[in-house]
Ligand binder design. Sequence first.
Ligand code: SP5
Ligand code: ZN
Length: 342
Amino acid sequence: MQTVYNAGHAQHAATHEFFRGRLVPAFEVPARADYILGAVQKAGLGEVLVPVDHGRAPLERVHAARYLRFIAGAHTEWLATGGEGDAFPAVWPVRTLRSDVEPASFAARLGLYSMDSGTPLTAGSWAAAYAGAQASLTALDLVLAGQRSVYVLTRPPGHHAGADFFGGYCFINNAAVAAQAARDAGLKRVAILDVDYHHGNGTQAIFYDRADVFYASVHGDPRTEFPFFLGHADETGAGEGAGCNANFPLPVDVANEDWFAALEQALARLTAYRPELLVVSLGVDTYGGDPISHFKLDEPEFRRMGRRLAAFGAPTLFIQEGGYATEAIGRNVVAVLGGFEG
Ligand code: SP5
Ligand code: ZN
């Protein structure tokens, strides 16, 4: 399997994130991608390719242009308005407050375009996230040209980012950009399967009222797990998209067999949908040793996951999402991809 590697990932490098009123060491760090690249190379998974620049237009197909302009210049504005180091939002337009009028204040816009204070916006966040979207588009081209599967090795991750907000360590929704580009290339039905520990609230929201992209996710129950405010089983799509969204929230102490039973249910829905492309939001924070998550998958389960996804039988685009047990993440990702390869 070919890998498209976003070598620009390290431009997004936060030392700390905000948690419970304190700055704690960041979990989403450049070493994550370095470990994965090392494991991909050591395993001899296949060629490692560089992204081809497709420009900003494919990003604007899922993200608001004003949001992208904001993110592109946000850190410069943060510094110009007296900020130091990484930028963190502190005020949000919640219920009864207006989000339709863009404020002039930078602090207010930082809140308008974000969902949490746990996502450091660094000097290089835009450059790294932009390059990750380009890696995703490059990998999609390879799949459309006939590759059975391609892996996108990138960070920051994407599935929490909505059409006009960042959060959950995510800025550009790579899976959504790729799925939309596949539609724009002529594919009729695209499935996104999200196996990250966290519900991909951004991806779900982007496609919620559409029937041309089906979103299915297996994740920690949002009653106790991030992102808390989306990912329940009763979210099944709206309007033309009714029936094209499927969530499988699981308790934090779920047995591995029950995780696979939920995966089976998700795949049954996607089989009935008959997609021409499967985009996998591949988070490996379902690993038993993950420092911020609670599932108990390990290398044999990741290998089994890969085998099962191969049996699904669709052209498959794997896009890296979460996974924070830094030294194990390479092994776990390669187990999925190696399992897929058979
Ligand atoms: C892409 C992805 O996996 N995003 C996850 C974002 C989770 N953000 C909340 C992190 C909370 C960190 N909790 C630290 C607990 C340490 N015991
Ligand atoms: Zn996650």
